[in-house]
Write a protein that binds this ligand. Sequence first.
Ligand SMILES: CC(C)(COP(=O)(O)OP(=O)(O)OC[C@H]1O[C@@H](n2cnc3c(N)ncnc32)[C@H](O)[C@@H]1OP(=O)(O)O)[C@@H](O)C(=O)NCCC(=O)NCCS
Length: 146
Amino acid sequence: MMFAPAHVREISFDEDYSRILNLWQGIETGMNVGRSDTPEEIKKKLQRDPDLFLVAEHDGEIIGSVIGAFDGRRGMIYHLAVHRDFRGQGVGAALLTEVEQRLQAKGCLKCLLHVFADNSEAIQFYRERGWREQKEDIVFSKEFFV
Ligand SMILES: CC(C)(COP(=O)(O)OP(=O)(O)OC[C@H]1O[C@@H](n2cnc3c(N)ncnc32)[C@H](O)[C@@H]1OP(=O)(O)O)[C@@H](O)C(=O)NCCC(=O)NCCS
C-alpha cells in the first residue's frame, strides 16, 4: 500500500460511530470490542472529553483511532488501532502523538495504557515512543453491572 498521510481529527459521533466500530471489529489482534463500545457507552464517554477521541481518515475512510481520557490526575489511552492495510506508514504514531499532546495540554503528568502481553508489535511500538513498561505493577480491575 502506498504511503499517504492520514488526517487526524476528533470523532463526530453520528458520522463516524458505525465506521469506527467496523474498523475495530476488523482489527485481528491487540484489542477487544466490548460492552464499553456500544453507542450508548461511546456517547457517555464523549460527554467528558470528546477532544481526546481521535480518528485518522484517508480518502474519506476511517483507518485509525485512539481514545484518550483524563481524570484530572492520570491519562489513559484506549483503542489505538490502525487498519492493517495502512500500518507502518506513521498513522499509529500520528494518532499517539496527537493524543499525548492533547493530554499534556490538559495538565496530564502521567499516562497509562494496557497492552496484551503477547502483542509484541504494539509493545515495541510504545517502547520506541518513550513509553516504559511498569513491570513492578500488576493491573487490577473490577467490572460493574447495573
Ligand atoms: C500498534 C499499531 C497501532 C501501530 O500502528 P502503525 O500505524 O502501524 O504505526 P506506525 O506506522 O506509526 O509505526 C509502525 C512502524 O512503521 C514505521 N513507519 C513510520 N512511518 C513510516 C513511513 N512513512 N513509512 C514506512 N514506515 C514508517 C515506524 O518506524 C514504525 O516502526 P517502529 O515501531 O519499528 O519504529 C498497529 O500495529 C495496530 O493497529 N495494531 C493492532 C491493534 C493494536 O494492537 N493496538 C494497540 C493496542 S494497545
